[in-house]
Design a binder for this molecule. Structure first.
Ligand code: CTP
Length: 384
């Protein structure tokens, strides 16, 4: 599911140096099939070429006095108005009701929530007038995304950088998503845990963490406070997701991190492939030899141990099976106190696609889809 699909973005570009990045943003949106019209302020035209914007976008507008009534037409047809970058000037105009050019006149004519990406020198960003204007805009229901910290065009370092294009597109998608998980805290585990054999070696499994990152993305898009606990070797998917990612090595450490948060959790997505065995660890590196026998012992079962601590938390479990998919998953569901079980096959490991069954107390729904589609299906199911 892509919440930007078939939507039209009206992009307001103002006169900050980061305006030079907007052609890349427009390209990124167009590659996803999204219609983009652009309003440039006069100052923005000093930082980015109107010709480039007109070639890449579905229309460029710079004056209130063009044919028709551009501020009304543009604001009415847009699914989302997004100002990237938003300079000091436009934040002040939007917060105080000044409308003296096309963009500042589109803003009051647009009746939805507006997404602002302020970007400027860090002293200007920290200026109390700007901060007050941000509070006013947020108080009116608009969304203001904090700039990134780092090197700034004016040579210094600080808060003021425009976030990466992937992050901007993510926030646009979030602004259009249905907020199904607003007000909830979702904790997701994923990837494989590992158990040390000696200081150099360990045992683990092939889980990549892709499903967990996809779940985290959809929880975030739907307004949840989202945290992700993943194994140290999980892929770094969706690096731009602005959520807390905790990397853990062992099952014990994963359990510890879950328990620290357990009382606050509304939804636990227990997607991690927890190593089922521990090894009696050697303190020194085991030297090469003709044969070696490792003694493996049963590891803790995080989910089964949580069963007795369950209050109002809703637990989504994941069962990976190579045989007896349904029966085996149903047994785990009962044994571990799982509310919704996702039974999937070995072919899902490391892949973008997965197949299996969503098992609730009442029904078993087969699925064969991308991990993103499955994440969305699960969220709709737990909120229906
Ligand atoms: N799980 C867990 N702790 C473990 C093993 C699994 O919390 N030590 C959780 C997984 O995160 C998943 C569910 O239990 O949500 C089922 O995991 P799975 O690996 O399919 O089953 P196991 O219980 O490990 O059983 P088996 O390996 O024998 O199939």
């Amino acid at each position: 599911m892509n919440f930007l699909k078939n939507k039209s973005i009206l992009l307001g570009v103002t006169g900050g140096i980061a305006a030079y990045k907007t052609p890349g943003l427009i390209r990124g949106l167009k590659e996803k099939g999204i219609a983009v019209k652009v309003v440039l302020t006069e100052n923005a035209t000093r930082f980015v070429s109107p010709l480039v914007i007109s070639i890449l976008s579905d229309g460029i507008f710079t004056s209130l006095w063009e044919e028709g009534i551009p501020h009304i037409n543009l604001s009415e047809e847009a699914s989302l108005l997004c100002i990237v970058p938003a300079d000091y000037n436009i934040m002040g105009k939007a917060a105080s009701g000044v409308a003296d050019d096309l963009l500042s006149t589109v803003i009051p004519a647009y009746d939805g929530k507006i997404l602002f990406f302020p970007s400027m020198n860090s002293k200007m960003y920290e200026n109390p007038i700007l901060q007050k204007n941000i509070d006013i805009l947020r108080g009116l229901g608009h969304i203001v995304i904090e700039p990134d910290e780092g090197p700034l065009a004016c040579k210094g370092e600080g808060k003021g950088r425009l976030p990466d294009i992937d992050r901007i597109i993510l926030e646009m998608e979030k602004a259009l998503a249905p907020d199904l998980l607003k007000g909830t805290y979702c904790l997701i585990t994923g990837g494989a845990t590992t158990e040390r054999i000696d200081p150099i070696r360990y045992i683990t499994n092939r889980s990549s963490g892709k499903m967990a990152y996809s779940l985290a993305r959809y929880c975030y898009l739907n307004g949840a406070k989202t945290e992700l606990i993943v194994g140290v070797n999980a892929l770094d998917c969706n690096r731009y997701l602005p959520i807390n990612v905790i990397r853990v090595e062992t099952a014990r450490k994963m359990q510890e991190e879950i328990l620290k948060r357990w009382d606050e959790v509304n939804y636990l997505f227990m997607n991690a492939a927890v190593a089922d065995f521990t090894v009696q660890k050697k303190d020194k590196k085991i030297k090469k030899k003709k044969e070696l026998t490792l003694k493996l012992k049963e590891n803790i079962d995080i989910l089964a141990d949580l069963k007795s601590k369950k209050g109002s938390q809703f637990v989504i479990g994941f069962a990976l099976e190579t045989e007896d998919l349904l029966d085996s998953a149903k047994k785990k569901m009962k044994d571990k106190g799982v509310d919704l079980m996702v039974a999937n096959r070995e072919s899902a490991i490391g892949d973008d696609y997965t197949s299996g069954f969503l098992i609730s107390r009442y029904e078993e729904e087969p699925f064969q889809c991308s991990k993103d589609e499955l994440s969305w299906k699960i969220i709709k199911r737990i909120r229906s």
